[in-house]
Write a protein that binds this ligand. Structure first.
Ligand code: SF4
Ligand code: SF4
Length: 466
């Protein structure tokens, strides 16, 4: 595609474990061996491939602790077990069989937000995200979650494609609920009888009905290329305005947008939970759905983009799809990043908007895709708009996949920091490039007296282009 450079997931020039050791690192090789002593002892033949991989990757950690100040759960608790270094050590103990599975160990591994701020800060290039996913996978093998939890996650991820009629009926009911006038009183009653469900209910935004997705949206004016849009499972319903705005802006920039049928969940929740088998199943489905398309696979939710970038790794050992998965990974493009790397047609003009906009940087955009600057560059296209980084952008907002519902105390505490920061910058609007963060922030801003609109940056741009 003309004018398009670089992709998320490319090498970023970070120091790797090997080069870190080669230059002697802060603690050096001898110290690394001492800190990791005891985990080299198990016979590799007796361990699962996942455990062997975890131990090899965790062995890069020199236990220097430079990641600790970046970890939100460590900041909340000040416990080593709630830190990246502590969780790596727990993962090593679990994988090698030196540590038994206990409720406490499960809690430390489960409370990680998978924000990967530690990974971004690590000078040794420790792949923390992969280590925690493997540790959770081993944990799940030994102590499977309840049937109900597994069933709910599996059904929710598969339903849009496997059970389209069920899914449509469920979404129609959710839409009716979101627009209902009795919703506030219902949620007040629910709060008393089932607080966890009441919390989930409050996250549901107003879901306006929309037309079915067309397979193709042609460019406006001269064609400058083709892209394929990834819808996601939750986002296709709750973040429809962002997806529709993305299509309109891409069309205005001269790109035809394909929306492949048969695409489904990205598998992020399964990956974070260590369920690589189900994540691979979902990956194969998406590979099939996008196989007939060309050009970038555009993703509007940075969390989904981060999961799609794992397909090449997930498919290792799957001879029939591994090449396709690697090629797919190369095609993944986060929407704000793609739009800023395109050459814009000269006839596209953006109307001015005198607004102070606070930019929230999702962890997936900042720490995994390493494209935190993309929303700022995109918003700079709007004359008169002032984009301000939300103070504390290096800390997770607490949404963290299902954490915002399953671990409400930590989620609310971290969101509270964001809301306080918002109050300080006196912005008119908040933007974020990830749907989970948007829902979590939106549920908190109401009633705080600050900005109440939480949008995707592309929605703001689309408004000014129309
Ligand atoms: S993960 Fe990296 S920064 Fe953290 S303790 Fe290990 S080597 Fe140090
Ligand atoms: S991923 Fe985030 S929460 Fe988990 S250990 Fe790293 S910094 Fe802490």
């Amino acid at each position: 595609m003309p004018g398009l450079k670089g992709q998320p997931g490319e090498a970023t020039g970070r120091v790797t474990g090997e080069s870190f050791r080669a230059v002697g690192g802060p603690l050096g090789e001898g110290r690394r061996s001492r800190y990791n002593a005891g985990v080299d002892s198990p016979d590799p033949g007796a361990l699962s491939p996942r455990a062997v991989r975890l131990l090899a990757e965790a062995d890069l950690c020199v236990k220097c602790g430079l990641c600790l100040p970046r970890c939100p759960t460590y900041a909340l608790s000040r416990e080593e077990g709630e830190s990246p270094r502590g969780r790596i050590a727990l993962g090593q103990g679990l994988a090698s069989g030196a540590l038994p599975v206990t409720a406490r160990l499960a809690e430390h591994l489960g409370s990680c937000l998978s924000c990967r701020a530690c990974e971004a800060a690590c000078p040794a290039g420790v792949p923390y995200g992969r280590i925690i996913e493997a540790a959770r996978g081993i944990l799940t093998e030994q102590r499977p979650p309840g049937m109900a939890a597994r069933w709910a996650l599996r059904v929710a991820a598969r339903a849009p494609v496997d059970r389209p009629n069920w899914w449509r009926a469920a979404m129609a009911a959710l839409r009716a609920y979101s627009l209902s006038t009795v919703r506030p009183s219902f949620e007040r009653v629910l709060e008393r009888v089932w607080p966890r469900l009441a919390r989930l209910a409050r996250y549901v935004p107003r879901l306006e009905p929309g037309p079915a997705w067309k397979p193709y949206y042609p460019p406006v004016g001269e064609s400058r290329g083709e892209v394929a849009l990834f819808l996601g499972c939750v986002a296709r319903e709750v973040d429809r305005p962002t997806l529709e705005a993305s299509v309109r802006v891409l069309n205005r920039l001269g790109l035809g947008v394909h929306v492949p049928a048969g695409q489904g969940c990205c598998g992020a929740m399964h990956l974070h939970g260590g369920d690589e088998r189900e994540a691979l199943r979902l990956a194969k489905r998406n590979l099939r759905a996008f196989s007939g398309t060309a050009g970038p696979v555009v993703v509007a939710a940075s969390g989904c983009a981060a999961a799609l970038l794992e397909y090449g790794r997930l498919a290792q050992g799957e001879a029939e799809v591994v090449d396709e998965a690697r090629e797919f990974t190369r095609r993944v493009a986060e929407v704000t990043d793609l739009m800023t790397r395109l050459e814009w047609p000269a006839e596209v003009t953006v109307a001015p908007l005198p607004l102070r906009v606070a930019v929230h940087e999702p962890c997936s955009l900042r720490n995994v895709l390493r494209r935190a600057e993309a929303p700022y560059r995109l918003l700079a296209r709007i004359p008169g708009l002032e984009a301000l980084p939300l103070p504390g952008n290096d800390r997770c907002c607490g949404a963290a996949g299902t954490h915002m519902v399953t671990r409400p105390e930590a989620a609310d505490s971290l969101r509270g920091e964001k809301l306080d920061a918002l109050g300080r910058v006196s912005a008119d609007v908040v933007v974020t490039a990830n749907v989970g963060c948007a829902l979590h922030l939106a549920a908190g801003v109401t009633g705080r007296g600050g900005p109440t609109e939480v949008l995707h940056p592309v929605v703001l741009l689309d408004r000014q282009l129309r």
